[in-house]
Design a protein. Structure first.
Length: 293
């Protein structure tokens, strides 16, 4: 049932372009309804030239918080009063929290990925991790893994120079040689005396090219005990199928989407969302996407 809107209703929203296909209103409005909280969440389609005005205007209108999506996760930073340390390192902000005099920026995408992994009993600390990709998403994952204590992250990318740049940046910031950059075909050189957690952070396999995986060789997948694909459309990517066919566990990225929303909602409202509430929202998201697993 829709929340009654009255003089006390607080507003949160999403700014981006496009925003029309977002699942975020379903996440936040379901959480608010479940708690009986007088809060509504709406998407705002913002053109680039209006980005600064949108943020200032939202602050002036007493908006409680905003999410930020493509293509503005980097571009919003100059308009913030404050920025969380991890978001600053990553250089991307997806959540703005109202504070005295302006918004503070966070990156709940990476906090959400970590919480999604934890909820599936996947650990980062002390792990040997293969990270596929070195674009914007992979770069953020690299920072998250390094700061959460991964033993080593083997970062593989089609364009090796990009993997090298990410590795240098993360290693310098961490003060240890945690990241090892490689070309994508260099997976054959990965030490074979162990099995790895693999995080798939390229755009390969995304709908509609559902039969593609960035590495197709089955020998690669024998090295993987757990595969986590950031993609959630389709809900079973070719990467996940290959991991499972080699005996590993595999997960899609929908829980990451869930928890980035849950953590934003917690930051805005100064509360903790229980695992039970989060999983109720997740059930709705899966139903909306026609996912059973
Ligand atoms: P995102 O913000 O989703 O990370 P991105 O920054 O454009 O998007 O990064 C896309 C990632 O997918 C990169 O790692 C890219 O590899 P390159 O850096 O070599 O471009 C990878 N990718 C995209 N198309 C690819 C393809 N056909 N084969 C291999 N990797 C590909």
């Amino acid at each position: 049932m829709r929340q009654q809107i009255d003089g006390y209703t607080r507003l949160c929203g999403l700014i981006g372009n496009p925003v029309e296909h977002t699942m975020s209103p379903a996440i936040h409005n379901t959480l608010a309804e479940g708690e009986g909280r007088n809060l509504v969440y709406v998407p705002f389609h913002v053109e680039r030239e209006n980005l600064g005005r949108a943020i200032e205007g939202a602050y002036g209108l007493n908006v409680l918080g905003l999410n930020v999506t493509v293509p503005y996760k980097g571009e919003v930073i100059p308009f913030l009063k404050e920025i969380d340390r991890m978001a600053e390192r990553i250089g991307a902000v997806n959540t703005l929290v109202r504070t005295d005099g302006g918004f503070k920026g966070y990156n709940t995408d990476m906090m959400g990925l970590y919480r999604a992994m934890r909820s599936e009993n996947i650990s980062i600390e002390g792990e040997e991790i293969i990270l596929l990709g070195a674009g914007g998403a992979a770069r953020a994952v690299a920072f998250m893994c390094a700061s959460r204590g991964a033993a080593r992250v083997w970062i593989l990318n089609r364009t090796p120079e990009k993997a090298e740049a990410v590795a240098e940046e993360v290693n310098t910031q961490q003060g240890r040689e945690c990241l090892v950059p490689m070309g994508m075909e260099d997976y054959v050189r990965l030490p074979g005396d162990r099995r790895y957690l693999a995080i798939q952070a390229t755009s390969i396999g995304l709908y509609p090219k559902v039969d593609e995986a960035v590495i197709q060789d089955r020998d690669f997948y024998k090295k993987i005990h757990t595969g986590f694909d950031l993609i959630y459309r389709p809900s079973t990517t070719r990467f996940m199928t290959l991991v499972r066919e080699s005996g590993g566990r595999a997960f899609h990225g929908l829980k990451m989407l869930l928890y980035q929303g849950v953590i934003a909602y917690e930051l805005w409202n100064g509360i903790s969302v229980s695992e039970e509430e989060a999983l109720a929202v997740y059930a709705g998201m899966k139903e909306a996407m026609g996912i059973e697993e």
